[in-house]
Design a binder for this molecule. Structure first.
Ligand code: HEC
Length: 235
């Protein structure tokens, strides 16, 4: 009996020590917090490719896949959940910093049950890369850290080189076949070109009405879109 007690005590203290030693990825929060207004600021806080940034990496995924009208925008707030800003995301209580496995937001995007998965069908599920980014962001502490991406590559603007990535990040979640908001499709070269040449894509971005409910695009992205349209949308 004494032996069993002693053994349990040893095992228990071992577990406590193990738990205390678990390594957390601690991120150094930059002191200054510049905003990139010109799109090509000389950069005091260059983006670190090992860090996942909320505004640059996470918010665009949420804006395009979760914070749509009818879902988790401020107007609809399905189940009380609004996902269009850092403060709103954290106040859902569905993020446990440093622990993606204990975060309900992570759980629902990795669900296999079609009744529980987010975004719900027929919306496409998040890509493995997007899911991995969200997990990494949570496991790095779910912080709000900004960085300036150093340069704005607005030379020889083409769909393949710059525009497709921008549209996929900021627009396609609300403008694809399953969710053609305002009858505008931006999910392929042909569709994006057609919408840009015949519709109000540039105007909506410059005027800040799109991305709907989200942050206005950076000056760099606005310039890229303008140049692309001015050159009749090269592929
Ligand atoms: C969160 C969802 C959402 C995102 C993200 C989004 N849109 Fe929209 N968009 C809408 C909805 C909904 C409408 C229909 C009109 C309305 O409700 O304002 C719309 C309408 C439009 C229209 C037609 C109306 C107009 O303003 O002329 C254009 C063009 C457009 N979006 C472009 C874009 C572009 C470009 C992006 C990315 C930079 C984008 N949208 C991102 C939801 C979204």
């Amino acid at each position: 009996m004494k032996n069993i007690l002693l053994t349990s005590l040893i095992v228990l203290s071992f577990l406590v020590i193990l738990e205390a030693c678990q390594h957390k990825t601690e991120i150094v929060v930059p002191k200054t917090n510049p905003t990139d207004t010109t799109g090509n600021n000389p950069n005091p806080n260059p983006c670190d490719s090992n860090i996942v940034y909320f505004d640059k990496d996470i918010l665009p995924i949420l804006n395009s896949n979760c914070a749509m009208s009818g879902c988790h925008d401020a107007g609809t707030a399905a189940e009380g959940v609004v996902l269009n800003s850092y403060e709103k995301v954290m106040s859902t209580g569905k993020i446990t910093p440093y622990n993606s496995n204990k975060s309900e937001l992570y759980e629902v995007i990795t669900e296999t049950d079609p009744k529980k998965i987010m975004p719900p069908p027929p919306n496409a599920k998040l890509s493995a890369a997007q899911i991995a980014l969200i997990a990494k962001w949570i496991n790095q502490g779910a912080k709000k850290i900004d960085c300036n991406s150093s340069t704005c590559d607005s030379t020889n603007v083409t769909y393949t080189k710059q525009v497709s990535k921008m549209l996929n990040t900021y627009c396609v979640g609300c403008h694809n076949a399953a969710s053609p908001s305002g009858n505008v499709l931006l999910d392929s070269y042909a569709n994006a070109k057609q919408a840009t040449l015949n519709g109000n894509v540039v105007g909506s971005v410059l005027g800040g009405t799109m991305p709907k409910g989200g942050n206005s695009l950076s000056a760099c992205n606005k310039r890229i879109l303008q140049l692309w349209a001015a050159n009749a949308c090269p592929q």
